[in-house]
Design a protein around this ligand. Structure first.
Ligand SMILES: [Fe+2]
Ligand SMILES: [Fe+2]
Length: 360
């Protein structure tokens, strides 16, 4: 997993015949790399066909209300700040995954979509007329005076896992803002914050975040399928230390954090209920307790983590059958996509089943 297979090895053996759990690390890495490449190409085609919007031209900015509440503006400004660090987010991950075609190129695609979010939130703040262009300019200067550093610097797997939780948390933030913009908030400070333009913005960006969440989720499922023990450990570490990106370098983070908390947009309750529980369900993990127990049991098996039958110790800690079904499903989608363009005739993507796990 540490070394990503160079492209030439992708063609060594087009049809692996060994069950997933018994494959060598090199073979697992090759399959993960091929899976990511297919997933990235499939994602890009869908992204271009269904989410090709523009931050300036897709919204009627002149119609944005000019009397939105101060707590709401604080929230929009915070959303802008977090998205504004996109070049840093891309930069740090890109260097980690640069040997992987699918992962490195996806990072650019992802960054291009996140950059649109920053531009859109900036427009929201600017057209609200509640902050002057001069204020926004100096705010941006303040933001860019710091460089974002991931907590999981140098660790590609933990960064991948982190992104799953972060994308879900971001999507949740925007969906809860959407409620406010639709006039459905029960908080007194947001009673007068209904705005159709803002609602369209929040919905559009939330759809992007859902797509990001799904891409990274499929990526983590691939790792969970081939390397369950170390992926579960990564998940445990990430949830233990999870914080929103850039929280330590956005100058007015406390005010933003307070505004999202008071608005019921995001806080510890939302994180536990609507982020961790959702991701766990999507990864077949029953609970944090089960996750911890599984990791401990896995550790009892000496040395050969994730190697063939050695996996047995952790199979109880999560629903491996569910993951296998999900990995198979995404393979089917990508295989159908590659058939559509004819790639299957030259370089077919192949799903490798794992009959070794004890089916319940
Ligand atoms: Fe975003
Ligand atoms: Fe995103």
């Amino acid at each position: 997993m540490d070394a990503i297979a160079p492209p030439t090895t992708l063609f060594d053996d087009l049809k692996p015949r060994t069950p997933a759990g018994l494959l060598s690390r090199r073979e697992k890495d090759r399959l993960i790399e091929r899976g990511f490449l297919g997933l990235y190409r499939w994602y890009t085609a869908r992204s271009q066909a269904t989410r090709n919007w523009n931050p300036d031209k897709s919204f009627e900015w002149r119609k944005l209300r000019q009397d939105l509440s101060e707590p709401l503006i604080q929230i929009l400004q915070g959303f802008f700040a977090v998205e504004y660090f996109t070049p840093d987010y891309v930069d740090e991950i890109l260097n980690l995954v640069r040997k992987s075609h699918g992962r490195s190129h996806f990072q650019l695609r992802w960054g291009a979509e996140e950059e649109k979010h920053a531009d859109t939130w900036e427009n929201a703040v600017l057209f609200s007329r509640r902050r002057t262009p001069e204020f926004i300019e100096s705010y941006k200067e303040d933001l860019r005076s710091s460089v974002h550093r991931s907590l999981w610097e140098g660790d590609a797997l933990r960064n991948l896992v982190y992104t799953v939780f972060q994308e879900r948390a971001t999507q949740l933030n925007y969906l809860n803002l959407l409620k406010i913009a639709r006039g459905k908030s029960d908080k007194p400070q947001h009673k007068g914050d209904a705005d159709p333009v803002l609602a369209q913005v929040a919905q559009t960006i939330a759809v992007d975040e859902a797509a990001h969440y799904n891409f990274f989720l499929e990526g983590v499922r691939l790792f969970l399928y081939y390397y369950p023990q170390r992926t579960l450990e990564a998940i445990r570490d990430v949830i233990t230390h999870f914080t929103m990106p850039a929280h330590d370098i956005v100058p007015d983070w406390d005010a933003f954090n307070y505004a999202v908390y008071k608005a019921g947009v995001y806080g510890p309750r939302e994180y536990a209920r609507d982020v961790v529980q959702i991701v766990f369900r999507n990864l077949g993990i029953e609970s944090r307790k089960k996750l911890e127990e599984g990791i401990k049991r896995g550790r009892i098996v000496p040395d050969k983590r994730d190697e063939g039958t050695q996996q047995t110790a952790i199979w109880d800690s999560f629903d491996y059958g569910l993951i296998e079904g999900d990995v198979r499903r995404i393979h089917d989608k990508v295989i159908a996509y590659e058939r559509e363009i004819g790639r299957d005739e030259i370089d077919p993507l192949v799903f490798v089943p794992n009959p070794e796990w004890p089916q319940k």
